[in-house]
Design a protein around this ligand. Structure first.
Ligand code: CP
Ligand code: NVA
Length: 304
């Protein structure tokens, strides 16, 4: 694996290899076993949007692997003043061993990989959030003991999270149901990908139909980073697309809840459901660290 640009690029086997390594690194970390697999290496982290989890988990993960991470905000980089990504990629490739980037356009991430000569990791774009979904799959497998044959239901905006969950969930053998308003559907490229999975993919605007028989209920904010101007309009469009007791009653008994965070209580999820499932949601946040360490070892390690 050279890069992690989007889950569409990965095979089922590659996804499962990352999850297996993530489990191993988590176990070792909990048992005080050091694994300096990236000793002496430097990861550059370019952030064009805010972050709590992604920034802290990558930086800590790099440190635990024996390397270091540089936080590069667009407020400080020349990229923020218009230096082309093609030039930035070629310059940073001379200093660093890998780049994690969070930005708007997916093409920027793909261009970094195209023009640079070091591994690129997508830390979220408007199109997808592959690191998050690897952590999500790791968490679901930890709690449920398997992925294959489970039903994952996503309720909310057909955004970057929906896109990555559809691709990741289907690739590992889950049934994926997505309930979103008609005007806020997932990306056409992802819907085209999902076609091949027949009735293992369900797209509807009926949240209870989507939640029926679900093993995992997932949601995300109604307004993503960069869409703040649409907040009020979206509050109207997404009214009713909420994970609440009624949704949980339609799901399978013992269904778990996942949220990539940050959460907006009483919008996409009630405080009650959030707090009842807080352990699962914060396990998910923790697993960003372990899953991303596995990704970094896979793309930046010496024994790829
Ligand atoms: N879930 C997630 O990516 O969180 P941050 O925006 O805090 O990095
Ligand atoms: N859809 C959200 C995810 C945040 C982790 C956003 O892009 O803001």
């Amino acid at each position: 694996m050279k890069h992690l640009l989007k889950l569409l690029d990965l095979s089922k086997e590659e996804i499962l290899e990352i999850l297996n390594l993530a489990d191993q690194l988590k176990y070792e970390n909990k048992n005080g076993i050091e694994h300096k697999l990236l000793a002496g290496k430097t990861l550059g982290m370019i952030f064009q949007k805010s972050s709590t989890r992604t920034r802290v988990s990558f930086e800590t993960g790099m440190y635990q692997l024996g390397g270091q991470a540089l936080f590069l905000s667009n407020r400080d980089l020349q990229i923020g003043r218009g230096e082309p990504v093609q030039d930035t990629a070629r310059v940073l490739s001379r200093y660093l061993d890998g780049i994690m980037i969070r930005t708007f356009e997916q093409t920027e991430v793909e261009d970094l990989a195209k023009y640079g000569s070091i591994p690129i990791i997508n830390g979220l774009t408007d199109f997808c959030h592959p690191c998050q979904v690897l952590a999500d799959l790791m968490t679901i497998r930890e709690h449920k003991g398997r992925l294959d044959g489970l039903k994952l239901t996503y309720i909310g905006d057909g955004n970057n999270m929906a896109n990555s969950l559809i691709v990741g969930g289907l690739k590992v053998g889950m049934t994926v149901a997505v309930a979103c308003p008609k005007d806020y559907q997932p990306d056409p490229q992802v819907l085209e990908f999902a076609k091949a999975y027949g009735d293992k993919f369900i797209l509807t605007d009926d949240i209870l139909a989507a939640a029926k028989g679900a093993d995992v209920i997932y949601t995300d904010v109604w307004t993503s980073m960069g869409e703040e101007a649409e907040t009020e309009k979206r509050k109207i469009a997404f009214k009713g697309f909420q994970v609440n007791d009624e949704v949980m009653a339609a799901a399978n008994p013992g269904a778990m809840v996942q949220h990539c965070l940050p959460a907006h209580r009483e919008e996409e999820i009630t405080t009650k459901v959030f707090e009842e499932h807080a352990d699962e949601i914060f396990d998910e946040a923790e697993n960003r660290l372990h899953a991303q360490k596995a990704v970094m070892v896979k793309v930046m390690g010496n024994n790829k």
